[in-house]
Every structure is written in structure tokens, then in C-alpha cells.
Design a protein around this ligand. Structure first.
Ligand SMILES: Cc1cc2nc3c(=O)[nH]c(=O)nc-3n(C[C@H](O)[C@H](O)[C@H](O)COP(=O)(O)OP(=O)(O)OC[C@H]3O[C@@H](n4cnc5c(N)ncnc54)[C@H](O)[C@@H]3O)c2cc1C
Length: 400
């Protein structure tokens, strides 16, 4: 089981990195090791399915740069491989006068990021785009689209294994990495692999994998569950495309919103509640070993001190459907509580440092023979082919 490169994690970042590596060096022997029975089972497979335009990201940040390139690469890829998507556009609605300045800043940021077709629309014009939405002003973002990232990943996996000679090992959980002089031994519960270079794209567990060989690691990944409702089919006419609130820049999430899906259904959410387990998709999911690892950590205590109010608000809305509905009614006042049916959930990997700083941008940490993608937050799915390209470039430099 000797490889040039082993990639840990078959999410969209691991898969896109694998493809880009093969594109650059077809002869490399590369394998992906994934603990689940299928690829894209976690963040990638449970996300909102939005193709982000890049309107939110600070100009010059890795998020802005990767989203700009990744957006184009994703659409090209989907066109070539016949993967369905729909650039239905979205409106970001200021529901309160106090949000107008932030909306204005978003507009400027969007223009800085090259989105020349975005435009501000008045309260009356909102109705032309979304007849049931209401607000003081909004931003129309025609670039935003919807897609199913599970389908994208299945295609990535198919190309990697069937067209370019890569291998994917499923049901193989990495439990240890032993560094040798010029290689690494990657150990799963079933077998061991040898690789000149290991790329860690383990998403929610990227910190645990990195910490195996980096005891001084200053970053932990905190799991935040995003819960969704679905609008019952006879009321989906309330939403045509995507309706978002103006985000609070101090929080790393966008706020509950409406997302049209490719099958015509409409999702409402997600919120962001702290999970008691890394892959804690249900409120009752709990794993003491994982939970205690972060609640007793200094960074977590700092985060709670800074954001406890927001945390309580999110929990309240998680348990109280009336409060969740009220947040959504700010955008679409005609929505009623009984229009909402409980939907699925996704868990976000929120990376934080020891001082309670939430790491907002992509983070790569390199060690000898190991490249860790420690933070790949949203829009990593949209930007996956650009992120994969950067990972491949870094990896090849290390390998050489
Ligand atoms: C609720 C939610 C909504 C989002 N909405 C959007 C959106 O609309 N648009 C967008 O662009 N982005 C969105 N994102 C962000 C995006 O989905 C993620 O940034 C992206 O999917 C991260 O991909 P990844 O490959 O790093 O992680 P993952 O998809 O989590 O993949 C990591 C993989 O590693 C595997 N793994 C972990 N540990 C091990 C181990 N020990 N051994 C073997 N395998 C292991 C896991 O099983 C998993 O398959 C959203 C995220 C969430 C959670």
C-alpha cells in the first residue's frame, strides 16, 4: 500500500484536491481514505447547496480570491459534465433601517470583488424579484445559484477513480499517522498505507488529525449544527429563489434564510447551535470524549464569553419553532409556523484559536510530509476547484 500522496477525507475539498493533483501530475499514485461508506457524507453533503457569488468576502482574502476563481471553474465543470445547476439569483434584504449601512457596505464589497451586475433595489422593487418578501431595501445578486454538491462530488469521485487512475478507500477511518524519515505511515482500523505526502482534508476532524503530529497546534474545530425547516409544498410559492438577511459581520454565519432547491422545494435555515458531538446532527447526539475536549479548552471559554448572547438566542430558536418562524417572517411576513416542516441538519466546522478568535478564512498548516487543510469554511464548496488547485500546488512543492 505505497502511494505518493494519501488524502484523508472524501469531502469536496479532498476530492477536488485529488483531481487537481492528477491533472497536474497524472503519474502520481494517489489515494483518498474516507471513513464513511460513501464520499461527501458530512459538511459537503448536508450544506445549503448554494453557489456563492462572493459578495460577502473581504477583498483580497483567500475566500474572495478562491470564490472568484472557483465559481467559474465550478460552472465550467458542471457544463462539461452535465451537472444541473440554476443561477436563480438572490436578494439580500435589509429589514430594518439600521441595516442599510451594512447593505451599502456589502454592495461596495461586491463591486470590489468584480460583481458588476449586482444592484440595490427599493422596497417596491423587491416585490418584482420576490413578491412575498419585504424590506426597506435589498441587494439583487444575479450570480448566485443552486446546485447539489453531492452530485458534484459523485462526479469528482467517478473521474478520479475511473478516468485518471486514482483510488478511493471507503470505510477506512484514519486513527494514527506515524512519521518515518521520508514518508508517513497512515494507519486505519483495518490496515496501513505508506505515503511520501499526506494531505489532511478531514473537515470537522482536521484538527484531531493535525494534532497527532503537532502537539502545539493552536487551533480547534468546534462543531456548530445548522438546522433546517422545509416549507410545505403548497406554500413554496412564497419563495422564488434565495432570500437572505443582511449578515451581522461579527458572526461567522449568514443568518437564517430561504433557499430554493433544484427539485423546487424550499429550505428555511440554517441556524447555528453548538453541537455536543463533532458529527452531532441531532439535538440528542452527545459524545463526552469530543465535547470535553473543547469545552475545557481556553479558546472555547473565550468564545462563550464573547458570543454567549448569540448562543442562547440560537438555542432558543432551535427549541422554539415560533421564534424560528419569527426570524423568517422578518423576510417573508406571510409565512406561518405551520408552513414549516422539520428538515435535515448540517454541522459546520468552526475553527478557533486559543484566544477565542474565530478563524474566518481558509487555513493551511504545513509540516514535514503533511499538509493540513485546517479550515475550509463556506464558500469551500463553491470554491472547491480553486481550493483544490491551491492544495495541489502546495502539495507538489512539498513533494518536490
Ligand atoms: C450547514 C452548512 C451549510 C453550508 N452551505 C454552503 C453553501 O451553500 N455553499 C458553499 O459553498 N458552502 C457551504 N457550506 C460550506 C461547505 O459545505 C464546506 O466548507 C465544505 O463542504 C467543506 O468540505 P470538506 O471536504 O473540507 O469537509 P467535509 O465535507 O466535512 O469532508 C471531510 C471528510 O473527511 C472525512 N473524515 C474525517 N475524519 C476522518 C478520518 N479520521 N479518517 C477518514 N476520513 C475522515 C469525513 O467523513 C468527511 O467525509 C456549508 C456548510 C454547512 C455545514
Amino acid at each position: 500500500m505505497k502511494y505518493d500522496i494519501i488524502i484523508i477525507g472524501g469531502g469536496i475539498v479532498g476530492l477536488s484536491s485529488a483531481l487537481k493533483l492528477k491533472e497536474k501530475r497524472p503519474n502520481l499514485k494517489i489515494a483518498i481514505i474516507e471513513k464513511e461508506e460513501k464520499v461527501s457524507r458530512h459538511q459537503t453533503g448536508n450544506n445549503s447547496g448554494v453557489i456563492h457569488s462572493g459578495v460577502y468576502y473581504k477583498s483580497g482574502s483567500l475566500k474572495a480570491i478562491n470564490n472568484q476563481t472557483g465559481y467559474k471553474l465550478l460552472l465550467e465543470f458542471c457544463d462539461k459534465e452535465n451537472i444541473p445547476y440554476n443561477l436563480c439569483g438572490k436578494i439580500i434584504v435589509a429589514t430594518d433601517k439600521s441595516q442599510l449601512e451594512r447593505l451599502d457596505n456589502l454592495y461596495k464589497r461586491g463591486i470590489e470583488n468584480g460583481l458588476t451586475k449586482i444592484k440595490k433595489i427599493t422596497s417596491e422593487e423587491i416585490k418584482e424579484y420576490e413578491p412575498y418578501a419585504q424590506g426597506n431595501q435589498a441587494l439583487w445578486v444575479p450570480y448566485t445559484g443552486i446546485i447539489d454538491y453531492k452530485v458534484v462530488c459523485e462526479k469528482f469521485a467517478e473521474i478520479f477513480t475511473k478516468r485518471v487512475g486514482g483510488e478511493i478507500f471507503l470505510n477506512e477511518k484514519v486513527i494514527d499517522i506515524k512519521k518515518q524519515a521520508d514518508s508517513c505511515e497512515v494507519i486505519t482500523q483495518n490496515r496501513s498505507f505508506e505515503a511520501k505526502l499526506v494531505i489532511n482534508t478531514a473537515g470537522l476532524y482536521a484538527d484531531s488529525i493535525a494534532a497527532i503530529n503537532n502537539k502545539a497546534l493552536n487551533v480547534k474545530i468546534l462543531p456548530f449544527r445548522g438546522e433546517y425547516y422545509i416549507i410545505k409544498p403548497e406554500r413554496t410559492y412564497l419563495v422564488r429563489g434565495l432570500i437572505y438577511p443582511v449578515p451581522d459581520p461579527t458572526f461567522p454565519v449568514l443568518g437564517v434564510h430561504f433557499t430554493k432547491k433544484l427539485d423546487g422545494s424550499v429550505e428555511a435555515g440554517p441556524n447555528a447551535v453548538m453541537a455536543f458531538k463533532k458529527e452531532g446532527y441531532k439535538r440528542t447526539d452527545f459524545a463526552w470524549e469530543e465535547f470535553s475536549d473543547y469545552i475545557f479548552w481556553r479558546g472555547f471559554v473565550h468564545i462563550m464569553r464573547k458570543h454567549w448572547k448569540m448562543g442562547i438566542g440560537e438555542y432558543y430558536r432551535s427549541f422554539n419553532k415560533t421564534a424560528f418562524t419569527r426570524a423568517l417572517q422578518k423576510l417573508v411576513p406571510d409565512l406561518r409556523k405551520d408552513d414549516l416542516i422539520a428538515g435535515g441538519a448540517g454541522v459546520r466546522a468552526l475553527a478557533a484559536d486559543r484566544n477565542g478568535g474565530i478563524l474566518d478564512d481558509f487555513l493551511f498548516i504545513q509540516e514535514k510530509n503533511i499538509l493540513n487543510v485546517l479550515n475550509a469554511p463556506s464558500p469551500a464548496a463553491t470554491a472547491s476547484l480553486a481550493v483544490g488547485n491551491s492544495v495541489a500546488e502546495m502539495a507538489l512543492k512539498k513533494l518536490d
